[in-house]
Write a protein that binds this ligand. Structure first.
Ligand code: PRT
Ligand code: ZN
Length: 284
C-alpha cells in the first residue's frame, strides 16, 4: 500500500515541499513535466498539482494527504483535517488601502468595494466584523485594482510588503496568518494512517532540529554550575573533562529563539571557545 501525497507542481511551495520530504529521508525527483513520482525508499507516491486544486483532490480521495497554504485550505473550505503546520510558505492575508487614505479602522470599508482572490475568507471576516462591503472577486493582479479604479481596497497575500508598496498601497488589517500545512482526507484506512504517523514522526524530528542548535563550549570547573544552569538541554548538558586540568567541555542544545541571549549570558559566566553547530534531525 502507498500513501498518495499531493504537492504544488511549481510555485512558491514546490521546492520547500520537496526539501521537507528529502529531510524526512524520502527521495522524490521534482515535478517538472511530471504528474506523479514514487519514492524509492518510503511507501509514498507524490502527485504534482496546482495548489488551488489540492484541497479538492484530497477531499475526493484522489490523494490521501496534501501540502498547501492555509490560505487555500480556508478559502476552499473543504472538510479536511490539518495534521501539521510545516513552517514554510509563511505569509499573511491582509486588507490594503491606498497610501493616501487616512485609514482609521475596519469601518473604513463600510459601503466600499474590495477586490480579492479570497472571497470566502474575506466575506466571512467582514460579516464577523459587522461591515457591509462589496466583495469583488478577481483572479490575479489584485494589487492594481485601486489604481485602475476597480476597487477602493484589496485583500491579498503579503510577505515582504514590497508589492503593496510599489503599488501605492498600505496594509490596513491582517485577516489571516498563513503557512504551508499538511492536510488529510477524513476517510483514511488504518494502513494509511500508520504510514501518515511514520511521516509525521519524521516531520516533527526535522522541525525540531530546524529550531535547535547544538552548542559546545569550554568552561573553568569553578564556573560549571553557573553555566549549566543557563543551558536547557534535552535532558541535561553533557560535561566532559578537558586535557587541561580544571577545565571541562560542555555540550547542549539551544532553541533558536533564545540563542543570542543565552550565548551572551554564557560568555559573561566565563564560557570560552563556544561552537554552535546545526542539527540535522532531532528524535526525542
Ligand atoms: O500555479 P499554482 O496555482 O499552483 O500557484 P499560485 O500561483 O496560485 O501560487 P504561488 O506559487 O504564488 O503561491 C503558493 C502559496 O505560497 C500561496 O498559496 C501562499 O500560501 C504562499 N505564499 C507565501 C505566497 C506568498 N508568500 C506571496 N508573497 N503566495 C503569494 N504571494 C504573492 C502575493 O499574492 C502578492 O502578489 O506575492 C505578492 C506579495 O509578496 P510581497 O513579498 O511583495 O509582499
Ligand atoms: Zn494557485
Amino acid at each position: 500500500m502507498k500513501l498518495r501525497l499531493a504537492i504544488q507542481k511549481s510555485g512558491r511551495l514546490h521546492d520547500d515541499s520537496i526539501k521537507l520530504l528529502k529531510e524526512c529521508g524520502i527521495d522524490v525527483s521534482n515535478g517538472l513535466n511530471k504528474l506523479k513520482a514514487e519514492a524509492s525508499n518510503f511507501p509514498i507516491e507524490v502527485y504534482f498539482l496546482r495548489d488551488d486544486d489540492i484541497p479538492q483532490y484530497v477531499e475526493d480521495g484522489v490523494a490521501d494527504i496534501g501540502i498547501v497554504g492555509e490560505n487555500v485550505v480556508y478559502e476552499k473550505n473543504k472538510p479536511l483535517t490539518v495534521l501539521n503546520k510545516l513552517g514554510f510558505g509563511k505569509c499573511r492575508l491582509s486588507v490594503a488601502v491606498r497610501k493616501s487614505e487616512n485609514y482609521t479602522g475596519i469601518s473604513f470599508l463600510e459601503g466600499k468595494k474590495v477586490a480579492t482572490s479570497y472571497p470566502v475568507i474575506l466575506t466571512k471576516y467582514l460579516k464577523d466584523k459587522g461591515v457591509n462591503a462589496e466583495v469583488h472577486e478577481i483572479s490575479g493582479s489584485v494589487e492594481i485594482a485601486p489604481s485602475i479604479g476597480l476597487a477602493d481596497a484589496i485583500c491579498d497575500l503579503v510577505s515582504s510588503g514590497s508589492t503593496l508598496f510599489s503599488n501605492g498601497l498600505q496594509e490596513a488589517e491582517t485577516i489571516l496568518s498563513s503557512e504551508a500545512v499538511l492536510v488529510a482526507t477524513n476517510s483514511l484506512d488504518a494502513g494509511k494512517k500508520q504510514i501518515i504517523d511514520r511521516l509525521l514522526f519524521r516531520i516533527e524530528s526535522v522541525k525540531k532540529a530546524r529550531n535547535t542548535k547544538y552548542i559546545l563550549l569550554n568552561a573553568p570547573n569553578d564556573k560549571l554550575s553557573e553555566i549549566i544552569a543557563l543551558l536547557p538541554g534535552m535532558k541535561s548538558p553533557t560535561v566532559l573533562p578537558l586535557a587541561e586540568p580544571g577545565w571541562s567541555s560542555v555540550h547542549s542544545v539551544l532553541n533558536e529563539n533564545d540563542f543570542w541571549e543565552i550565548i551572551e549570558q554564557l560568555k559573561a559566566a566565563g564560557a570560552q571557545g563556544i561552537l554552535v553547530v546545526p542539527i540535522e534531525k532531532m528524535v526525542i
